[in-house]
Design a protein around this ligand. Structure first.
Ligand SMILES: C[S@@+](CC[C@H](N)C(=O)[O-])C[C@H]1O[C@@H](n2cnc3c(N)ncnc32)[C@H](O)[C@@H]1O
Length: 403
């Protein structure tokens, strides 16, 4: 008999989950709730095969994973462009239940499944919005390469389109739009690089803002820096919307005040990192020469040798290449790059978060991720505001029923 999630042995399987795996794990999470109907049909063959092998799969299953769902959830959310679940950690900590996730990268899916016991569905462009369960909050950190400074200059130099004109990555915002339009969550939280605001002389953001308003959501946005929660300078645009068809213009949402604390990178360093993270003489010389060359030309580019009592530059998804943006000085040795665990901490992930992939994949995954505690602080204010708004609606129903 199977009672625990770990007995399902997903870990033993080759990399590459199927849609059936996604349906099956979503079914396990939704068992006994109204959301189960969305996944049951595709989950049944796997459930039947397991039942004949093990006699019984005892439902609801116990999620013995590092980050199980909350026992008594207060709200539901969906996790789009989920990556490795930086948002999911934040919203589960706020007592939210994730009812749907989507992420197409197979290595990120592996990390996500190992930590949450759920295989995200794949390509969002192929997912019919009607097949997504109802939810209170939609959360999406949609791909930023089409809008980021590095992404735009690379695409320019290759003569490629960027922003919305980048047809594979730039139009994913419109997939978010079609899902919001169909499901009408009470609120949403979208996140992207700061450069989204100025991209294409502000036109890109204008289109996004206008599109969301046209869906009849009351929009708030602000650039927030992760440095108040982790020792990393990481500025992101955060867009929050509340459903005006449900709440009118009553929402008084405000972005959170940033905590007044000074963080130091030394607080997140591992005591005895493997020597393999120390830069080779060749790479260290290359980085120094490269920096000197650019300095001579008057350019600011250089490697980011961190002061141990200071904070790091923004970790990027290309950190695996040479680690140049965040280097840790070492006495009597070349500097070293961060270990994957240190990258996890730099994004505010708890140490119980499992890293089941290669260093290269882990660097990409954490570089793409969000500062989870910063998103939790925004999420806290959204949940608080929704509670007030829902209470207001309940009160006015009671009043009209008594009149
Ligand atoms: C900026 S990252 C978001 C990371 C996430 N917020 C986290 O905390 O890890 C964007 C993610 O979108 C995924 N993605 C890109 N195109 C996609 C698509 N068409 N369908 C599903 N996921 C996609 C990428 O693989 C990447 O992991």
């Amino acid at each position: 008999m199977i009672e625990k999630y770990s007995k399902l042995k997903f870990q033993d399987r080759k990399l590459g989950f199927t849609t059936e795996d996604a349906s099956f794990t979503h079914y396990l999470h939704s068992y006994g709730t109204t959301e189960a109907k969305y996944f049951e049909r595709k989950a049944t063959p796997i459930l039947e095969a397991l039942t004949s092998e093990y006699r019984q799969v005892k439902l609801p299953i116990e999620f013995d994973v590092p980050l199980p769902p909350p026992e008594e959830p207060q709200f539901s959310f969906i996790d789009l462009f989920a990556g490795i679940g930086g948002f999911r950690i934040a919203f589960q900590e706020l007592n939210g239940k994730c009812v749907f996730s989507s992420e197409w990268d197979k290595f990120s899916q592996k990390t996500y499944e190992a930590n949450f016991g759920e295989v995200p569905f794949g390509d969002i462009t192929k997912i019919n919005e009607k097949e997504i369960p109802e939810h209170d909050i939609l959360v999406a950190g949609f791909p930023c390469q089409p809008f980021s400074i590095a992404g735009v200059s690379k695409k320019n130099s290759l003569g490629r389109a960027h922003g919305f004109k980048d047809e594979t990555q730039g139009t994913l915002f419109f997939d978010i739009k079609r899902i919001i339009k169909e499901k009408r969550p009470k609120a949403f939280l979208l996140e992207n690089v700061k450069n989204l605001v100025s991209h294409d002389k502000g036109n890109t953001f204008k289109v996004i803002h206008k599109t969301l308003k046209k869906l009849r959501y009351n929009i708030h946005f602000q650039v927030l820096d992760g440095k108040y929660f982790v020792p990393q300078h990481r500025e992101r645009i955060v867009i929050v919307g509340f459903d005006m068809e449900r709440y009118g213009t009553n929402d008084r949402f405000q972005f959170p005040e940033m905590p007044d604390q000074t963080l130091a990178i030394e607080e997140i360093l591992e005591p005895n990192p493997d020597p393999k993270y120390t830069l080779s003489d060749k790479l260290w010389k290359y980085l120094q020469d490269y920096s000197a060359k650019h300095k001579a030309k008057g350019n600011g580019f250089g490697f980011g040798l961190v002061q141990l009592d200071g904070i790091a530059r923004t970790l990027s998804a290309r950190y695996y290449k040479d680690g140049s943006e965040v280097l840790i000085p070492q006495d009597g040795q070349n500097p070293r790059r961060l270990t994957p665990r240190e990258c996890a901490r730099l994004q505010g992930f708890p140490d119980k978060f499992e890293i089941p992939v290669s260093d290269t994949q882990a660097y990409k995954q954490f570089g793409n991720s969000v500062v989870s505690p910063l998103m939790k602080s925004v999420g806290f204010n959204i949940v608080k505001e929704l509670a007030k708004l829902d209470e207001h609606i309940r009160e006015s129903h009671t009043i009209s029923a008594t009149i």
